[in-house]
Write a new protein. Structure first.
Length: 455
């Protein structure tokens, strides 16, 4: 069935549904896997402090800009630009976003698949009696296996597609409203366990006491990159979700609430992880292995570890699922609205493309690790191109578009709902969107390219 333009567009049914879906997109592996290890490597509280500034000054502005584009354009990431700037090349920003959605889903879905393997291992008590070396080997053997990660990754993709096929309100919103409260509940239980271990205090200090001696240019770039990734910005996810928000809702409040919720969950994840890490005398700067090697080691020594391990990996899978849903929706909305496919067909086609790239990513951890593009294996190449290039560049174009192209009148109307809202923050946000965000993003981006040239 082709899209019928006389039919009202599918949309989010309630305020809570909007927040659950958008926070569901934002809260993901980025919060629970990446934020803690980035903070661990970059000096704990100092990283948190810089990260917070980026979220408040830049993250919120880019999110407001994306919501504005989506709700004003009433279409997908590409269509909204076409509707707002007909005949101009701005839709290319949306194109980049669609490409990034495929790339991010490919490697993100691989890690999401790992969470299922770790749920399975938790159920069969597979970490018991293993030394840190054994656990590290277990992780390497699993991730380099030619078949097993692909099996889990495919299952994860099928779960994602199952939700997206069901539609915006009956699929995405419905599941987000169940999964997000569950996620919060699990994380709170884990925090209680973690902070009541003896020696937990040091972990709390690590997360909140800033050690600025660890801050380098690299810390700052990582913090901005992490803010973009964690808030799902720069590629049209929030444009797409914004297009499903009804005209009566307050976009500024939505952006602030979603950004704060996302940051809160990242901090809570740190609070669930670091006290336990310190209580067992383990080095917090383990990097990417923090969640898949360090934590199983802790779980198998901790009283009640069987249950907490299972809960933790379920938490990780839930967080990943509401995020992969949003990545898939960006592509599906585009395929169905611009290429006039049915939702089902669009989902199947998008999923096939993702599966193909995803399999390459998984294999690049093992069998085809030697295959390099610009010196990077396929996984690292897709990760680099999408998160280090497309997201900041996309974010830059998005704030410039809303700040200077769309026109102050149009943006104001969208943000104060045609004059019915006070929108007191509006002048501040406009200033951030027009000046602070583009300059900061451009500086960090150029610096990064500069650094690349040197090394
Ligand atoms: N924000 C999610 C996380 O933190 C990942 C994600 C979902 C994402 N959609 C995105 C990242 C769009 C960048 C762009 O895990």
């Amino acid at each position: 069935m082709a899209v019928n333009s006389n039919q009202p567009r599918d949309s989010f049914g309630s305020k809570f549904g909007i927040i659950a879906a958008a926070a569901g997109s934002a809260v993901g592996l980025g919060n629970i896997w990446k934020f803690p290890y980035e903070a661990g490597v970059n000096g704990g509280g100092a990283f948190l402090f810089i990260y917070l500034i980026f979220v408040l000054l830049i993250g919120v502005s880019v999110m407001v800009a994306e919501l504005t584009i989506g709700r004003a354009g009433q279409r997908n990431a590409i269509g909204s630009f076409k509707a707002l700037a007909p005949g101009k090349p701005w839709f290319l920003v949306g194109m980049m976003g669609i490409a990034a959605a495929f790339m991010i889903f490919a490697f993100y879905g691989a890690v999401a698949g790992w969470t299922l393997e770790y749920i399975y291992q938790s159920i069969r008590n597979g970490f018991a009696g293993k030394s840190p070396e054994d656990l590290s080997q277990m992780f390497t053997e699993f991730t380099t296996n030619p078949a097993r990660p692909i099996m889990w990754q495919t299952l994860f993709l099928i779960m994602t597609a199952g939700v997206v096929i069901a539609g915006v309100q009956k699929g995405i919103e419905k599941y987000s409203k169940i999964l997000m409260p569950l996620l919060l509940l699990i994380i709170l239980v884990l925090i209680v366990r973690s902070v009541t271990l003896s020696g937990a205090r040091e972990g709390i200090n690590f997360l909140f006491k800033p050690d600025f001696s660890k801050v380098t240019g690299h810390t700052i770039i990582s913090a901005l990159g992490q803010a973009f990734f964690s808030l799902s910005l720069g590629m049209g996810t929030i444009i797409t979700y914004g297009s499903y928000i009804k005209k009566k809702e307050n976009l500024l409040n939505t952006a602030v609430q979603v950004s704060l919720a996302d940051t809160l969950i990242a901090v809570l994840a740190g609070l669930a992880i670091f006290p336990a890490v310190f209580a067992f005398g383990i080095n917090p700067s383990e990097g990417p292995g923090l969640v898949f090697i360090t934590l199983p080691n802790i779980f198998q020594q901790m009283p009640g570890g069987y249950v907490f391990s299972l809960m933790f990996f379920i938490l990780l899978a839930i967080a990943a699922l509401t995020s992969t849903i949003s990545l898939l929706e960006v592509i599906v909305a585009y395929f169905s609205e611009e290429l006039k496919m049915s939702r089902k067909r669009a989902t199947l086609l998008a999923s096939s493309g993702i599966l193909f790239l995803g399999i390459l990513c998984s294999l690049s951890q093992g069998p085809i690790a030697g295959f390099k593009i610009f010196g990077l294996n396929i996984w690292d190449f897709l990760d680099f191109t999408s998160t280090k290039i497309i997201l900041p560049l996309g974010g830059l174009f998005i704030v410039i578009f809303v700040g200077f192209v769309l026109g102050r009148k149009r943006v104001t109307e969208e943000l104060n709902n045609e004059g019915t809202l006070k929108a007191r923050l509006l002048p501040v946000v406009m200033f951030l969107i027009r000046f602070v965000a583009p300059i900061a993003i451009a500086l960090v981006f150029l610096n990064m390219i500069g650094i690349l040239k040197i090394t």
